[in-house]
Design a protein around this ligand. Structure first.
Ligand code: SF4
Length: 382
């Protein structure tokens, strides 16, 4: 048996569902936000919502690295590629995300910009070595999961004296985003009873940085792996804590996450990055101390300093696109009137339909109403 099969066993998923049904108080809501887009895909792909009692709801969160990139930052990268003639390298998902004025990196490429899709930071270093007469910019995005690899690439570029490589740093931090969602007041905010904490991010930062969730917001958080049984078990753990009136941080994903996280990866990050005073997120607005920039000693590798561009466009979303509300847990993809009509993976109008971790892409791939209350969708965990 494949190691992962053990975490996808339909029989065990149904056993967990039965335990959840038995332990759920039918008169109270259990609104559990899965922060991470990887969890959203596991939930929708395996039909986990349909296994749960109607008062236990998964609420999709903002943990999709492509989706949370603001349009202004995308415009900045496009302007850099067009105005400065650099080789702009980035991950594939970003290429088709709509920017202002119906632009995208892919359209900029079609218009003559040298935009290249890469799979890892090593590709970027290879391109910079191979084309010493060209300036190469790596548009780095992602949460704490991908930031260590960027940090290592910066150090490698410095050690090799690569003067034609720089970094457009868009790395963002999970705890400030979580805090922003939990702190959003009144009817504007999403009502949550528990949090399913991210898997990959937590392998880097550990479980400690989430301590503020129970301390300040008095709800439990369970870090969970990405397999269907991980998510079901995390839901059961949260329901037990809620029934007991307890709020704490628990770690369901012990096979990969420790309390302290990955010390070496964190060291690389702290050597290279500083925390930005503020940063604009798609959907969440401008959040203090929520993103990373290159530290002063790496200024020579900072694309924002090397290739300044003016981006004055008002960064309006595509008319009718509900990505911002989806990223805040206030709406679901099927609440968007463009879903599956004007907006499809072939013709995306928002980031949530483009990214492999986006909620709209998950609903499209695994069933248009698979996330909520529908019956007859794909069998759970199978
Ligand atoms: S369906 Fe398309 S337009 Fe609607 S929220 Fe999703 S990405 Fe945005």
């Amino acid at each position: 048996m494949n190691y992962l099969d053990a975490f996808r066993d339909p029989g065990l998923a149904h056993s967990l569902a039965a335990a959840i049904a038995a332990e759920t108080d039918p008169v109270r809501p259990y609104r559990l936000m899965e922060f991470c887009g990887g969890h959203t895909h596991a939930i929708v792909r395996s039909g986990l919502q349909q296994l749960l009692p109607p008062n236990v709801r998964f609420v999709h969160g903002p943990g999709c690295p492509v989706c949370v990139l603001s349009i202004a930052r995308l415009d900045q990268a496009i302007a850099m590629a067009l105005a400065h003639g650099v080789i702009l390298c980035t991950y594939g998902d970003l290429m088709r995300v709509p920017a202002s004025h119906r632009q995208s990196l892919l359209k900029a490429k079609a218009a003559g910009a040298d935009v290249r899709m890469i799979y890892s930071t090593q590709d970027v270093l290879r391109i910079a070595r191979a084309e010493p007469s060209r300036q190469v910019v790596f548009m780095a995005i992602g949460f704490e999961t991908t930031a260590p690899a960027t940090a290592v690439a910066v150090l490698q570029a410095q050690a090799e004296g690569l003067s034609n490589l720089s970094f457009l740093c868009n790395h963002v931090l999970t705890p400030p985003a979580l805090r922003a969602i939990l702190a959003e007041p009144g009817p504007e905010g999403v009502q949550l009873d528990g949090i399913i904490g991210p898997a990959h991010v937590s392998t880097i930062i550990g479980s400690r940085p989430y301590a503020f969730v129970p301390r300040e917001f008095h709800i439990p958080l369970v870090i969970a792996g990405f397999e269907p049984l991980d998510v079901m078990q995390a839901a059961l753990m949260l329901i037990r804590r809620l029934n007991a009136g307890q709020s704490c941080v628990e770690n369901q994903y012990r096979r990969a996450v420790s309390e302290a996280g990955n010390i070496r990866a964190l060291e690389f990050m702290s050597r290279v990055f500083v925390i930005r005073p503020s940063f604009e997120w798609r959907g969440l607005g401008t959040l203090p101390a929520s993103a990373l920039a290159l530290g002063p000693e790496f200024a020579a590798f900072d694309a924002e300093q090397r290739f300044p561009v003016e981006v004055n466009n008002p960064t309006a979303e595509t008319k009718g696109c509900e990505c911002p509300a989806i990223l805040r847990g206030l709406k679901e993809p099927t609440d968007c009137r463009l879903f599956g009509t004007a907006c499809t993976p072939e013709h995306p109008l928002g980031a949530c339909m483009v990214s492999s971790e986006g909620a709209c892409a998950a609903y499209w791939s695994y069933g248009r109403s698979a996330g909520r209350g529908s019956s007859g969708q794909r069998a759970a965990a199978g």
